[in-house]
Design a protein around this ligand. Structure first.
Ligand code: UGY
Ligand code: MN
Length: 243
C-alpha cells in the first residue's frame, strides 16, 4: 500500500505502464473461484485485451472473447485437457471449446482478441507448448538479446506472442516505431523502458501496453537477465482483408 499518492504507473494516449501497486481485481463474467486484473482492453485504447487471471482451487475462466492465449505464471492449469505449468502456454482458436481451470492456486497471463480471418489462409489450430522448448534466435544478430516465437509461423495466425530475453546491459538496437500494438508482461529482471517521450524503470510483474506507432526502446539493467512476454498483431494488411 502506498499512502502518499506515488506510483510508477502511467497512462498516456499511446502507452500504459501498469505496476502491481495499482492492480485492482474483479471477476469477469462466468469466472468461478477466480479473479482478473485487466491490464488493457478497448477502454484503454487497445484492439485486444490482456489480463492476469488468479485462480483458487477449482477456479475456471468463462468463455473467451474470440481467440485466447494462456501463459502459465504460477501453479498448474488445465487448458483443453493439457496441463500448463509456469512457462507453458496454450493457444485456443476462436470458437474452439477448451475450458481453462485450476485444481489449486494458480496464475496465468491471458490475451484475447477477435480473430481476423484471411482469404486463402487456413484456420488456426489449438496449440500448446513450452517457452523453454522454443528456439532462441538472436534479435537482429545480437546474441545478448534472444527471441523465442511461441506461435507457429503461419498466415493462419493474426497475432504473434514471443518472449525476449536481454542479458544485463543488452538493449533493443533501435527505437522502434511501428503500426503493431503490444501487450508486454515483464517476467524476469528489469531495466529502463522508453515509451513515447518518457523513460520508465520497470521490473518483473509490470505490464506495458504500447499503441500503434508508440516509440519504444528497452535496456536491461542489473546482474540478471531481463525477460518479457510480448504480444503483437501480425500477418494482416493494415486495410484489412484485401479480398
Ligand atoms: O517485436 C517487436 O516489435 C519487439 N522488438 N518490440 C519490443 O520489444 N518493444
Ligand atoms: Mn515492437
Amino acid at each position: 500500500m502506498n499512502q502518499l499518492g506515488n506510483t510508477r504507473s502511467a497512462h498516456r494516449r499511446d502507452h500504459l505502464l501498469h505496476t502491481p501497486d495499482t492492480f485492482v481485481r474483479a471477476p469477469l463474467p462466468s469466472m468461478r473461484n477466480a479473479t482478473a486484473i485487466v491490464h488493457i482492453g478497448p477502454a484503454g485504447g487497445a484492439a485486444f485485451t490482456q489480463y492476469t487471471a488468479e485462480f483458487e482451487a477449482g477456479g475456471m475462466l468463462g468463455p473467451a472473447a474470440g481467440q485466447r492465449f494462456v501463459y502459465g505464471l504460477e501453479g498448474e492449469l488445465e487448458v483443453g485437457g493439457s496441463i500448463l505449468r509456469p512457462g507453458h502456454y496454450a493457444y485456443v482458436p476462436a470458437g474452439y471449446d477448451a475450458s481453462v481451470g485450476a485444481g489449486g492456486r494458480a496464475r496465468a497471463a491471458v490475451i484475447e482478441k477477435p480473430y481476423q480471418a484471411l482469404a486463402g489462409a487456413p484456420a488456426p489450430e489449438f496449440v500448446t507448448g513450452r517457452e523453454s522448448a522454443a528456439e532462441a534466435k538472436p534479435f537482429l544478430g545480437d546474441p545478448a538479446l534472444v527471441v523465442r516465437t511461441l506461435l507457429p509461423d503461419s498466415p493462419a495466425f493474426d497475432c504473434a506472442v514471443n518472449t525476449m530475453t536481454f542479458q544485463p546491459g543488452a538493449t533493443l538496437p533501435m527505437v522502434e516505431i511501428h503500426v503493431m500494438e503490444h501487450g508486454l508482461l515483464m517476467l524476469e529482471g528489469g531495466g529502463i523502458y522508453r515509451l513515447g517521450d518518457c523513460w520508465y524503470p520497470v521490473s518483473a510483474g509490470d505490464f506495458i501496453w504500447m499503441g500503434p506507432y508508440c516509440p519504444q526502446w528497452f535496456g536491461a539493467l542489473g546482474k540478471t537477465a531481463a525477460k518479457y512476454l510480448i504480444y503483437k498483431d501480425w500477418n494482416r494488411h493494415p486495410l484489412g482483408d484485401p479480398r
